[in-house]
Design a protein around this ligand. Structure first.
Ligand SMILES: O=c1[nH]cnc2c1ncn2[C@@H]1O[C@H](COP(=O)(O)OP(=O)(O)O)[C@@H](O)[C@H]1O
Ligand SMILES: [Ca+2]
Length: 406
């Protein structure tokens, strides 16, 4: 707009100015290529004045299952799922903003676990879909994200949405993300001791909104909920063994079934003659986590935000409401695990893995990270109607790198 056209600007408060209402709106498109599904997040921002940060106005969210890694041998078909989601953005973003709206896809643990060759073939096909779209395709727009970024960016999202990254008196909260194939823990250490006791690769400095945050973060590959099922069954990295039956005391006695994960088929079942229930199951699961994770002393007493599969399993067992979320203690997961595992017939209609999943979550929190029984977990899916996902943090980071924000 020329100055002449904008002369009336000064007569209106910024947010009521008829031109401002649309002119300073912009969009960012972030794809989350997770191990169990692919999701699109279309964020709307409004720049109310040049000296302030843009404000997040809303989000459009859609997802498809399975994830890209399920198309390891059909990369074109995988990219087709991305294209269908991207078509939503064509409808959501006004045409005159298409060529300034960036589109980025970041893949997480599902692709990290594939062979380099198969992962790259998938990413290449997705890149072609992006290039053929009318959107802005930045350099490196399609990639596998480093695990430490996954944790940091989720931490940024949650603390931004809860208002902890602006103004004084920042009381940031730690975050726990439990995906299908990997799990992340991230927090801002308060004690000098934590920095001293922590291995260097668990600490990362990150700059966002003109502040530097020195965070504790780690992504444990193979410790996501679905990878943990395979590990418990003894089937992780056992692709070669075809048709073998994997049994566990965490599954209903009579169960025999098949399961596809990461493009591989597994046969699994219950302990027909042997033991079942919480006690033997906990011992099985313990083998997967015990001694495998770093336990920072500082977290034992502090509360954390938890989402993804922590949230889903808490909903499945009525520990929290699907819409509201809620606050739980670590021991609530243990109580539920016992209830489900010791009455497996009663829960048969839900997932046959419910007992194993709850027991794994219990073991991961207690024996893995070293949380206390009474550690508080704030279970959240959305804050102010925005999904708690690393994708928002990643979009801020993207806007920053494009010079659209600082
Ligand atoms: O936008 C989101 N908001 C909240 N939870 C999400 C979102 N996207 C994915 N999730 C959760 O993440 C979990 C699946 O993990 P995912 O497929 O991302 O595996 P990965 O992180 O190991 O690659 C599910 O519990 C799913 O509900
Ligand atoms: Ca994820």
């Amino acid at each position: 707009h020329s100055n002449r056209e904008m002369w009336f600007r000064d007569f209106f408060p910024a947010n009521m100015c008829p031109i401002n209402a649309k002119a300073d709106t912009f969009y960012g498109i972030m794809f989350d290529a997770g191990s169990t599904g692919t999701r699109i997040h279309i964020y709307t921002f409004v720049q109310k004045s040049p000296e302030n940060l843009p404000e997040l106005e809303g989000e459009i969210f859609e997802s498809v299952k399975p994830g890209l890694s399920a198309y390891a041998d059909q990369p074109e078909k995988g990219a087709e799922t991305v294209k269908r989601l991207l078509d939503m953005a064509i409808d959501a973003v006004p045409p005159h903003l298409w060529k300034t709206t960036p589109v980025v896809l970041k893949a997480t643990a599902g692709l990290r676990l594939l062979s380099e060759e198969k992962a790259q073939a998938l990413l290449l096909e997705v890149r072609e879909v992006f290039e053929e779209s009318p959107f802005l395709v930045p350099e490196d727009s399609v990639s596998i994200m480093d695990g430490s970024y996954e944790g940091i960016l989720a931490w940024i999202t949650v603390n931004f949405l809860t208002g902890q990254l602006s103004g004084q008196n920042q009381h940031t909260v730690g975050t726990l993300d439990l995906g299908g194939a990997s799990t992340q823990i991230t927090f801002l250490p308060r004690f000098e001791e934590t920095f001293k006791e922590t291995p260097g690769d668990f600490l990362t400095s990150f700059e966002m909104f003109n502040s530097t945050y020195k965070l504790y973060t780690h992504s444990y590959l193979g410790f996501g909920l679905k990878a943990a099922r395979l590990a418990t069954l003894g089937a992780l990295n056992m692709e070669a063994v075809d048709g073998q039956m994997f049994r566990s005391s965490c599954l209903p006695k009579q169960l025999e079934a098949e399961w596809h994960f990461g493009g591989v088929k597994y046969r699994y079942g219950g302990n027909k003659e042997g033991e079942t229930g919480f006690e033997p199951c906990y011992l099985e699961v313990l083998k997967v986590v015990k001694g495998k994770l770093h336990q920072p002393d500082e977290i034992r007493g502090s509360s954390f935000y938890a989402f993804s599969y922590y949230y889903d399993r808490a909903v499945d067992t009525n520990l929290i409401d699907y819409e509201q979320g809620g606050v739980l203690e670590v021991k609530d997961f243990e109580r539920k695990a016992k209830e489900v595992c010791d009455n497996m017939e009663r829960y048969n209609s839900a997932s046959p893995f419910l007992c194993m999943d709850l027991t794994y979550i219990t073991a991961l929190l207690k024996e893995g990270f070293g949380f206390r029984d009474n550690t508080l977990l704030q279970l959240t899916k959305k804050v102010n109607n925005i999904e708690t996902s690393w994708t928002l943090g990643a979009t801020f980071h993207l806007l920053q790198s494009l010079g659209l924000t600082y």
